[in-house]
Design a binder for this molecule. Structure first.
Ligand code: ADP
Ligand code: MG
Ligand code: MG
Length: 249
C-alpha cells in the first residue's frame, strides 16, 4: 500500500529525515516510536504532503502511484488520512454537522456533489453505532469544552466517516489519559480491515497494549534505526532509546 524509499526531507534548509525506508501492506498496523525531535511528526507531514517540508530525495509510493507531485488535498482523496488535518474546534458547529462538512468537502474536491441527506444520515448512524457513539455526543458543539477523550472520539469518528485506506495517527499530545487511549484503540481496532492500513505514531507504549501492531519501528535522528515485532515496544519501555542512538563522538 505504502512504499517509502530513501526519503530525505528538510525544513528551512535543515535536514530532518535522513533516509527513511518503510513498507506497509494492506491490513497492517505499523507503530513508529522514538524520542522527541527524532522526526516522527515530520514523517507524517511529508507523507500527507504538507508544503512547509521539502522532500530532497527519495520516493513515496502509495498504491503504486508516486505521490511527489500531489498536494495534501489530492493525497487525501487518494485515501490518506492524517489526524488533526482539519480544525476540531469550530464554534457553534455540532459533531454531526462537522462530519457532514468533512464528507462533503472531501467529495467536492473530487468533483462530486454533496452526499444526499438520507445517505449521509445512514452513514452517520452506521459509523456511530460501530464506534458506540451516543446521540448526545452527535449534537454536541465542537467548542463545548471537549475532554481529551472526546476530542479523540471526534477524530476517530471523522476517520470512520472518511474511511481512508491509510490512516496516519500522530499522537503528539502529552496529555492522553487512559480514556483517550482506549477511545483511539477501540476505534482503530474496529476500523482495521484487510483493505486498509494504519501508521500509528506514538510515544505511549501503553497504547500498544490495546492496539497490537504488526511492526514497530524506532526512529532516531531522522532514521529508522530498528524495526521488529510488537515485543520491541516492551523492550523500548524497559531500556529507553539510548542503546539505539548512534555513538556520540
Ligand atoms: P517528533 O515528532 O519525533 O518529536 P518532529 O518531526 O516534530 O519530531 O521534529 C523533528 C525536528 O524537526 C526537530 O528538530 C524540530 O525542531 C524540527 N522541526 C519540526 N517542525 C519544524 C518547523 N515547522 N520548523 C522548523 N523546524 C521544525
Ligand atoms: Mg515532538
Ligand atoms: Mg511529533
Amino acid at each position: 500500500m505504502l512504499k517509502i524509499k530513501n526519503l530525505h526531507a528538510a525544513i528551512e534548509g535543515k535536514e530532518i529525515l535522513k533516509g527513511i525506508n518503510l513498507e506497509i501492506n494492506p491490513g497492517e498496523v505499523h507503530a513508529i516510536m522514538g524520542p522527541n525531535g527524532s522526526g516522527k511528526s515530520t514523517l507524517s507531514s511529508v507523507i500527507a504532503g504538507k508544503e512547509e517540508f521539502e522532500m530532497t530525495a527519495g520516493e513515496i509510493i502509495f498504491q503504486n502511484e508516486d505521490l511527489t507531485d500531489l498536494d495534501p488535498e489530492e493525497r487525501a482523496h487518494k485515501g490518506i488520512f492524517l489526524s488533526f488535518q482539519y480544525p476540531v474546534e469550530i464554534p457553534g458547529v455540532s459533531v454531526t454537522n462537522f462530519m457532514k462538512a468533512s464528507i462533503n468537502a472531501h467529495r467536492k474536491s473530487q468533483g462530486l456533489d454533496d452526499m444526499p441527506a438520507n445517505e449521509m444520515l445512514k452513514l452517520i448512524r452506521e459509523k456511530s453505532e460501530l464506534l458506540e457513539i451516543d446521540r448526545k455526543f452527535l449534537s454536541r458543539s465542537l467548542n463545548q469544552g471537549f475532554s481529551g477523550g472526546e476530542k479523540k472520539r471526534n477524530e476517530i469518528f471523522q476517520m470512520a466517516m472518511l474511511n481512508p485506506k491509510l490512516a496516519i495517527l500522530d499522537e503528539t499530545d502529552s496529555g492522553l489519559d487512559i480514556d483517550a487511549l482506549k477511545v483511539v484503540a477501540n476505534g482503530v481496532n474496529k476500523l482495521r480491515s484487510s483493505e486498509n492500513a494504519v501508521l500509528l505514531i506514538t510515544h505511549y507504549q501503553r497504547l500498544l497494549d490495546y492496539i497490537v501492531p504488526d511492526v514497530v519501528h524506532v526512529m532516531v535522528d531522522g532514521k529508522i534505526v530498528k524495526s521488529g515485532p510488537k515485543e520491541l515496544a516492551y523492550e523500548l519501555e524497559e531500556k529507553g532509546y539510548d542503546w539505539l542512538k548512534p555513538e556520540q563522538v
